[in-house]
Write a protein that binds this ligand. Sequence first.
Ligand SMILES: [Zn+2]
Length: 79
Amino acid sequence: MEKITLNELKINSRSDALAFLKKLWNGESTPCPICGSELELLHKKAKKSDCDWQCRHCEKIVRTLDLLDELNKAFYLMT
Ligand SMILES: [Zn+2]
């Protein structure tokens, strides 16, 4: 499985991207930004597992901390 990049999320504002990440951190069910299937936790048995999610449909991994990092870099350049 491949990790999803910020570009693939097709979110073009920082606040929308943060809202998406916050939902995942809160453990709320969120649709995959690519195919719309519901994302699942990557490691169901781990205790501090809210960081990484996966889409079984397109076999992508959502690494929220990596996305946050990309987000900070992307929007730093724009502002
Ligand atoms: Zn998907």
